[in-house]
Design a protein around this ligand. Structure first.
Ligand SMILES: Nc1nc2c(c(=O)[nH]1)N[C@H]1C(S)=C(S)[C@@H](COP(=O)(O)OP(=O)(O)OC[C@H]3O[C@@H](n4cnc5c(=O)[nH]c(N)nc54)[C@H](O)[C@@H]3O)O[C@H]1N2
Ligand SMILES: Nc1nc2c(c(=O)[nH]1)N[C@H]1C(S)=C(S)[C@@H](COP(=O)(O)OP(=O)(O)OC[C@H]3O[C@@H](n4cnc5c(=O)[nH]c(N)nc54)[C@H](O)[C@@H]3O)O[C@H]1N2
Ligand code: SF4
Ligand SMILES: [Mo]
Length: 864
């Protein structure tokens, strides 16, 4: 048992839950007033996000304060530099000395950028701010990034480029209850933010329409009006399909588009080929549901909210963009009870992305690459702007180069359990092993801390003061209810002590009040302006929404804060929101013969993130949540997997074992696992680290997976033994044609699969009597053991003369599709003919000799 000393007051402390971005208001009281011991916890009845509600994680949060496994002393390796030698307890002086020695050695040998920092969205604003400053001022490295890259960065990137600002929700959460329609895309608040359901439920009770887009029928989907279950990674096509319908049916808010946006023409042209039936075939969402969704979205108020299901993809930024385009075309952002938002996840996921722990960023959402921003922040910090390093690299890019040429040689990690939560953890673990120095600050010996040279114990939420910014952009206070255990310090103290030893101590403070005051000055005039936010105002106003500039210096009235953004204008240079044309692209990895299904990952209600905290909570509700793979009964039957059997999942990266949870709440081509566990059940041994080019978000939510039965329900040891991984083929990106070829393995059960021969092609006619190949992308070998049927043909012709496409089977013409000059056609092929395995299907062109132009071609096939 940890001995905690007496709390500073015997009264109640009003603070917030340590976990997610809802930051539910709670009150802590000593169980016996005035005596040491664990605290009693109750929800605040009047805090606007949770309204007296809490989830199981919140209710049990105090059990970690005096948990027997808590780290109470710094740990170092018995043999210095040998991470296979056991840990031993050390004094702070020795532990910090080892850290500084390692940093100094790495920088002397390889330069300043040899030391990296990795932060977390759970850190208070003060700590996130101090960590960014620590990197740039104490270490003078450009190498800092954080786990928010793995969270909402795709939506943040899309919002920044469109609206000029990234505040997750541009309105208070309670507005959700007033919207006539809410579309939730890849968001499962019933499990991830249960008290927030009160706002959604109030809207539903009042007759609102709620649409949930999720490949699984989650608790959120089950309670909605309409559930769309797309194939993972196809949300962009869905959004473009909705916009296509809106354009065609004259439901675009033309006045709004003209007055408040720019760039719609290109987007309108871009969605012209997102025909509803084509979108149905890409996404699996029926055309009728597209229409119902669009009808709902044109109600008098409507919101579109995305979360990780839509965003954690290799095309996550463009996917968020497609939903933003739709919201703008319908005139939603800035309209009452309407708009677009992303549901931020971590406790300080919002504030943590504003104050400088990101590679390209300075506090207040300022940019490291902007000379004026550098000058402002350097002024507040009391350094020369030229001393500030440049822009570093994103989270996974930094991790993936650790210990290698040009990569960091020493890493200081604060508040993240990377070897459970990063993509492709086997690779990340290998990179960690290549480091010269690895330092981890945590509350517990997490799976990642176990790999460190030096482990620094840190204070917990109820033991510290600071501010957090919740999912609404509301800045709130985290209050101290008791001091940390004797000998444990918080991260601000650690940074100050390290800076002292590096000769830069004068720039740092360990006092959270002083740090917040400095943060306010550093953010003044920035996008995320906190300068008018004071602790007293936060207490009096149940939090203050940024931006909130300080308007009192010249005797003016205090700025009220900004609960709602965009009513009049957008913070872009010309005040308009910027449309951007985006096109559907397949996920970075799609099913093939060796890995025939789609794997997606996410969360369970009772566990939080990498599980460092919640897996230690003793309550029975928590310990009953086990690592399970959710799979459809049809798939289970085909693979002869019974309920609760032990199942092996493997991908090109690794393997993991889970217990089977057979349920028709999931698509039959998709399996789902939670990522809360490490060891043999690590979801991230499987995931694909392919990065979104804009946000550098990994593809957590879609990769190709093989599924097989490993053992019977009682063979529990299979769940603890590390699974054997044999990669079946090299991780090369398949060509479009390869991706169009389904399984060739006869023993593999096949589900019906969509095939498309499609694309946009420039052509030059070879004569009306010579069917000429147009592109290799328009030929397809039907796999053995499979029957293919053509369902429809669509085409468009830009030229001034009639052309024809010919559908050929093994060189013999089956059918002609004429397309008039500057015209398009849609030919449903109702009389379907079976095309046997082994046949070569091809589309060729008949066009007058020398005629040039562009063709849009789309032949839809189904195979089973
Ligand atoms: N209990 C619990 N609550 C949490 C957390 C936790 O770990 N545990 N973490 C917090 C954090 S940091 C975050 S970021 C939030 C995340 O909150 P959410 O985004 O709600 O959580 P996820 O479970 O990651 O993903 C949501 C849904 O996306 C679906 N999905 C998967 N692939 C796709 C796809 O391609 N398209 C669509 N449309 N949906 C898809 C999944 O089936 C899942 O139901 O939760 C926060 N709250
Ligand atoms: N496959 C898959 N992987 C995912 C996701 C997914 O949906 N699927 N989601 C991603 C998302 S959205 C997120 S946000 C990440 C989260 O994944 P992580 O970054 O691993 O987040 P946590 O598990 O919250 O880790 C926080 C760690 O910091 C410790 N800690 C808490 N407070 C403090 C503090 O004040 N100081 C210090 N020093 N330590 C502290 C905790 O004990 C814990 O070990 O995972 C990502 N990984
Ligand atoms: S919803 Fe989030 S903030 Fe509220 S109690 Fe649960 S974990 Fe804590
Ligand atoms: Mo997250």
């Amino acid at each position: 048992m940890v001995v905690v000393s007496a709390p500073p007051t015997s009264g109640a402390t009003r603070t917030h839950c340590p976990y997610c971005s809802l930051q539910c208001g709670i009150e802590l009281r000593p169980t016996v007033p005035g005596l040491p011991g664990p605290l009693a916890l109750e929800p605040q009845a009047d805090f606007p996000t949770n309204l007296g509600g809490l989830c199981s994680k919140g209710w049990t949060a105090t059990s970690l304060l005096d948990h027997p496994q808590r780290l109470l002393h710094p740990l170092v390796r018995t043999v210095r530099g040998d991470r296979s030698s056991p840990f031993r307890e050390a004094t702070w002086d020795e532990a910090l000395g080892r850290v500084v020695d390692g940093i100094t050695a790495a920088q002397a040998a390889y330069g300043r950028d040899a030391v990296g920092c990795f932060g977390g969205g759970g850190l208070t604003n003060e700590k996130a701010y101090a960590f960014g400053k620590f990197a740039r001022v104490a270490l003078r490295t450009s190498m800092i990034d954080y786990n928010g890259r793995f969270c909402m960065s795709s939506a943040a990137t899309a919002a920044n480029r469109t609206f000029g600002i990234d505040r997750g929700l541009p309105f208070p959460l309670s507005d959700v209850a007033r919207a006539r329609t809410v579309v939730l895309v890849g968001s499962n608040p019933a499990a991830t933010m249960p008290p927030a359901m009160q706002h959604l439920d109030a809207g539903r009770a009042d007759g609102a329409t709620h649409v949930v887009v999720d490949p699984r029928r989650t608790a959120t989907a089950a309670g909605s009006t309409l559930h769309l279950a797309p194939r993972p990674g196809t949300d962009l096509a869905l959004a473009n399909g909705l916009l296509h319908l809106a354009v065609r049916q004259g439901r675009v808010d033309e006045a709004y588009v003209a007055a408040r946006t720019r760039g719609f023409a290109a987007v309108r042209a871009g969605v012209a080929s997102s025909w509803p039936d084509r979108v149905e075939r890409i996404t699996g969402v029926p055309v009728a549901q597209l229409q119902q969704t669009l009808d709902a979205l044109t109600a008098e108020s409507a919101m579109i909210l995305t979360a990780r299901g839509a965003e954690q993809h290799s095309q996550g930024t463009d996917t968020a963009q497609a939903w933003i385009n739709l919201a703008l075309a319908l005139g939603l952002p800035g309209k009452p009870w309407s708009g677009y938002g992303t549901v931020t996840g971590q406790g300080n996921g919002q504030g943590g992305r504003e104050h400088g722990q990101k590679a390209d960023q300075l506090p207040g959402y300022r940019k490291l690459a902007d000379p004026a921003d550098r000058a402002h922040v350097a002024g507040v910090w009391g350094i020369d702007p030229d001393e500030l390093p440049g822009v570093g690299v994103s989270a996974f890019e930094m991790l993936d180069r650790m210990g290698a040429e040009g990569g960091v040689r020493a890493l200081v990690l604060m508040a993240s359990n990377l070897v459970v939560s990063a993509p492709d953890v086997n690779r990340v673990r290998a990179r960690i092993e290549a480091l010269d120095l690895f330092v981890v600050s945590d509350i517990f010996l997490s799976e990642t801390a176990e790999l460190a040279d030096v482990v620094l114990p840190t204070a917990q939420w109820a033991e510290e003061e600071g501010t957090m910014t919740n999912l609404e952009g509301r800045v709130i206070r985290r209050r101290q209810a008791l001091p940390p255990p004797t000998g444990v310090h918080d991260d601000l103290w650690v940074m100050k002590e390290l800076a002292e030893r590096l000769g830069r101590g004068r720039y740092f403070s360990a006092d959270p009040g002083e740090v917040f005051a400095e943060l306010r000055r550093a953010s003044a005039g920035g996008l995320a302006d906190y300068s008018g936010i004071t602790p007293a105002r936060i207490d009096a106003e149940q939090g203050v929404f940024w931006p909130c500039p300080d308007t009192t210096t010249d005797g003016g009235a205090p700025h009220p804060g900004t609960p709602r953004l965009f009513a009049e204008t957008f913070p872009t240079p010309d005040g308009r929101a910027v449309f951007r044309r985006v096109e559907h692209a397949e996920a970075a990895e799609t099913p093939d013969a060796d890995y025939p299904y789609v794997l997606t990952t996410g969360r369970l209600m009772a566990q939080y993130q990498s599980g460092t905290q919640t897996r230690r909570v003793p309550a029975p509700s928590q310990s009953s949540a086990q690592p399970e793979v959710q799979l459809h009964p049809d798939l289970a039957r085909r693979l002869e997997i019974g309920s609760r059997d032990i199942v092996l999942l493997s991908t090109r990266r690794g393997a993991a074992t889970f217990r089977a949870q057979v349920s028709d709440d999931i698509r039959a081509d998709t399996v789902f696992v939670p990522f809360h566990w490490g060891g043999a059940s690590a979801a991230n041994a499987l995931t694909n680290p392919a990065l979104d080019p804009h946000s550098k978000m990994p593809a957590f939510k879609a990769c190709a997976v093989a599924v097989s039965r490993l053992g019977a329900p009682d063979e529990d040891e299979l769940l603890t033994r590390p699974p054997v991984h044999t990669a079946l083929s090299a991780p090369t990106r398949p060509t479009l044609n390869q991706r169009l070829q389904p399984s060739r393995r006869k023993d593999l059960p096949m589900l019906a699969q969509n095939r498309f021969l499609q694309g946009v092609f420039a052509f030059e006619g070879a004569g009306m009597d010579k069917p000429a190949p147009l592109s290799p992308e328009l030929s397809h070998l039907v796999p053995e053991g499979v029957v293919s049927q053509a369902l429809y043909f669509r085409g468009g012709n830009s030229s001034d003369e009639l052309v024809s496409l010919v559908l050929m089977r093994d060189g013999v013409a089956m059918r002609y599709f004429p397309i008039g000059a500057k015209a398009d056609v849609h030919v449903p092929l109702r009389v379907v003919e079976d095309i046997d395995g082994g046949s070569l299907i091809e589309l060729r062109l008949l066009a007058p000799e020398g005629l040039t132009g562009t063709l849009v071609v789309d032949l839809g096939l189904v195979e089973h």
